[in-house]
Design a protein around this ligand. Sequence first.
Ligand SMILES: [Zn+2]
Length: 644
Amino acid sequence: MNWASIDSVLREAAEAWRPPPKLSLSEWADEHFYLSPESSAQVGRWKTLPYQREIMDSLADPRIWATYVHKSVRIGWTKICNSVIGYTIDQDPCSMLAVQPTVDDAKGYSKEEITPMIRDTPRLAKKVFEDSEEAGPRESGNTILHKRFDGGVLSMVGANSGTGFRRISRKRVLFDETDGYPASAGSDGDPIKLGMKRADYFWDRKICAGSTPKIKGSSRIESLFESGDRRRFYVPCPQCGHMDFLVFSKREAGGHYMVFDTARPRETAHYVCSKNGCVIEHHQKREMVERGEWRASAPFTGIASFHIWAAYSFSPNATWGQIAEEFIEAKGNRETLKVFVNTVLGETWAESGDVPDWERLYARRETYPIGTTPHDVELITCGVDVQQDRWEYEVVGWGRNKESWSIEAGAIPGDTSNLDDWNKKLSPMLERSFATPSGKQMIDMMAVDSGYNTQTVYNWCRQFERDHVVAVKGVAGRHMLVSAPSPVEVKTNGKRSSRAYRVWPVGVDVAKAELYGWLRIGVPLDGEPYAPGFLHFPQYDDDYFKQMTAEHRVPVKIKGGFTVMEWQLIGGRENHRLDTRVYARVAAAILGLDRLDAEEPEAPPVPPAYAQALPVEPVEPVVQDEAPDSRFSARRARGWLRRR
Ligand SMILES: [Zn+2]
């Protein structure tokens, strides 16, 4: 042995004992992070893209306590989340909480992303304890949702369950797909607040959230983005060097914008420089993005927020031509366009046009039990839509100013061509009572659509008093909610009945426009009254709200070159809930709901209530072998008006 070799041994020993230099997240990922075959098109070592670097490094930057990413798909977000977890395990072990929209999502994320990452990233494999099937008392027992590693733990939870948030404290909290979160985690409250609270005890806590956005105004990631310094990725025009961010279509606020020939979007899509109109070809994208930089548009207060979308992506599935083509495919239909705007552009969907958003209505559901109303109502009506194998119905309670509470919505299975089935299955509905704060109340009027199995509808309806059950038929193009009833021929066993029956024509266009106007009324601030027409809903499932908002008004060319607006069903939706609500509304109108608002409470309801509610229209002759309308209407009207 000579001195030189001893020296080198000592040097090596010193090297070995020195703590490794702390890497930034992107440096760590480029060196140690591997993509697994289960979840990546490209397998092998990770390579940080230009626009990903600052997002990733902000996640390990001690000056930044929160990072929020408002994003589209195809920009590598899931892998960025994985790398944060991997980096924490390897470089900065501590306790972590990863929140997915549901418990099932959390399990899927663990199995498809976290387990393969740990397996394929050598530095992690040796630090994370082995999985064990039973979540037994053993300290090292790892489960799908719970991974222990040297110096820390990772818990994965679903935002739909409060359980995962209880009694734990975590230094890093990662919220993924926040716009898929429910309003409340079980009954425990807002999942974002719950998650953030878990990190309250750490001075060096770190919150990270990312999502493709949903509805403007109610998007969680949008409001988180706004709370930060709002960074966008600026790229230089390859010709004149002007720096700007990329937008999809030309807008006042600026941005290089995309242009394409709608007949050949894939071949023609390119960008136009926002300053000098220079043409930017797709093959220049990579170079441009490599020279790009993040610029904030709001002051920095410890929160870094980023907006990034597919136009920057190097993914072969996100070429400008591909994006343009997807737009052309999506633009004809409101639902697909919304998905395009949210997922490809990474932008919120702004409410416009005629259709209220079902998600908003779903989010404002109230907690009163189905089958009851939490507020006293003036009258209860039921709308029935007749299908071949069932009756769809909705029971609605109506208050003053047309404020309404949906009481129950459902379907009664049965053969609607068979009068016996009607008597056995639908008739009991009229015997039911519904709880209100001041006692039980029954259905004041049921309105049944006569468009299907028409004669059976007539035959069933005419068994009841005409102020209790009415047959209605939708008529397009009317300008009135409901017109005076017209006589129709009724056949019993194929023979013409001597008595005519009267059917109420419903102006469905008017009814739907009114309903959609009401559905757009916002929830009032604390203590403020509800606006006239406000609708309250119990905890129905999402299908109820999708059906309620299933139609939109589209311009249609008619003969003579005129354009008229026509209601059309949105692709893939059913609309029974919309129809039953309209019929329940018509029943309320027939009973005088519309007159109620203007009336003094003490005014004697002597004239037929319904007659006042109806716009004046010539009444067709009625066969006079039935009781005149005024008798029954006045009686029923007195009945329910007295209850007030
Ligand atoms: Zn230019």
